[in-house]
Design a protein around this ligand. Structure first.
Ligand SMILES: *Cc1c(COP(=O)(O)O)cnc(C)c1O
Length: 355
């Protein structure tokens, strides 16, 4: 039986997507050829790319609003640099909410002055800072919507007149937001959209072309827009699986439908974390992520028993990140409500055994 996969990334994907993807490896579209052995310029592959790009914009509600969707390589980690390369002339403002924000800041610092508008480092990033101000003379404001490692999530995004850049790697397509408030969104596929190997970049075209530095071709969003994400050989398989996952999401009813399911899973797990005296949550309650629930045992002596229980129940990937410890239940779009319930059952079983 398939495990209950709470892995933080690469993560669980829908079973029907896995099945279609494995069929395409053997015989793609009835061509008697594999998806991964034909030209990326062939009609069938160009169609995959176009469908993936338009599904992304459609699901985000950004069609016809001046945005382009790109499927690039280098992960969200390359976007830390690429965003700055394309947008940073003098000064940019960054909100520091964790490991990934810190890495984004480090890369951007190579290209200009970075103002850290607020940071939650003082409390090991267990909350989202609020009430900070964003300098209006900065070229852009950058934030991380969901902090995968610490289990915090921005619920209210700040209002600003300068362009908003957001790393949405671990919660894109998981909840309804007005995505048109953002000018550049990027997300590594492997958290909520597909396998590792491609990064979705959604960029509002009118923010480009404003920096004076020469931009190397591969780092220039304009290059990839002009070549429809085919400037060089794209990671065809990763984009195909992402396309299938986006199609799955659309058929399910899109973001509004998956948001309800995600809220149901998060509510199940957090209710138990709060109720069960053997567990305590890591993140500040009002900032808790609906994607990654971080929690610890109140008494470490139960660790061995708990670890054995969840492994026996067929749960995978529950260990917390080394910088937080404890446990992290990642509940991305394709994780079922049943899997979340299995985790809750195991937590209750521990309580019975310990009591
Ligand atoms: C995983 C993750 C990254 C890094 O993504 P890569 O694709 O491995 O470079 C960046 N930001 C967030 C929020 C993440 O969860």
């Amino acid at each position: 039986m398939k495990k209950h996969n709470f892995s933080a990334g690469p993560c669980v994907l829908p079973q029907e997507v896995m099945k279609k993807a494995s069929e395409a490896i053997i015989n793609f579209n009835g061509l008697d050829l594999s998806l991964i052995e034909i030209s990326h310029r062939s009609k069938d592959v160009v169609e995959v790319m176009e469908t993936a790009r338009s599904l992304a914009l459609e699901l985000l509600g950004l069609e016809g609003k001046g945005y382009k969707a790109l499927f690039l390589q280098g992960g969200a980690s390359l976007e830390f640099l690429m965003a700055a390369y394309n947008l940073l002339e003098k000064k940019a403002a960054y909100l520091n909410t964790g490991t990934w924000s810190s890495k984004a800041i480090k890369e951007a610092k190579m290209l200009g002055e970075i103002v850290e508008v607020a940071s939650s480092k003082d409390a090991n990033f267990n909350y989202i800072p609020k009430g900070y101000s964003i300098p209006e003379d900065a070229d852009y404001f950058h934030c991380t919507s969901n902090n995968t490692i610490f289990g915090t999530q921005i619920k209210d995004f700040p209002k600003t007149n300068i362009p908003m850049v957001c790393d949405m790697s671990s919660d894109i397509f998981s909840r309804q937001l007005d995505f048109s408030n953002f000018d550049l969104i990027y997300a590594g596929a492997q958290k909520n959209m597909g396998p590792a190997g491609t990064t979705l970049v959604v960029v509002k075209e009118d923010i480009l072309g404003k920096v004076s530095r020469p931009i190397p071709s591969m780092l220039d969003y304009r290059t990839h827009i002009d070549k429809d994400s085919m400037f060089n050989t794209p990671p065809v398989f990763a984009i195909y699986v992402s396309m299938l996952t986006l199609q799955w999401l659309k058929d399910l009813g899109g973001i509004p439908a998956i948001e309800k399911i995600n809220e149901q899973k998060a509510s199940l797990v957090y209710t138990e974390v709060d109720r069960n005296p053997l567990f305590k949550g890591f993140a500040a309650v009002e900032d808790r992520s609906s994607m990654n629930a971080t929690f610890n045992l109140t008494d470490e002596s139960h660790k061995e028993t708990f670890d054995a229980l969840w492994k026996e129940a067929g749960i995978n990937g529950l260990n917390g990140h080394r910088s937080v410890g404890g446990y992290r239940a990642s509940m991305y779009n394709a994780l079922s409500v049943e899997s979340a319930q299995v985790l809750v059952d195991v937590m209750q079983e521990l309580e019975r055994k310990a009591g």
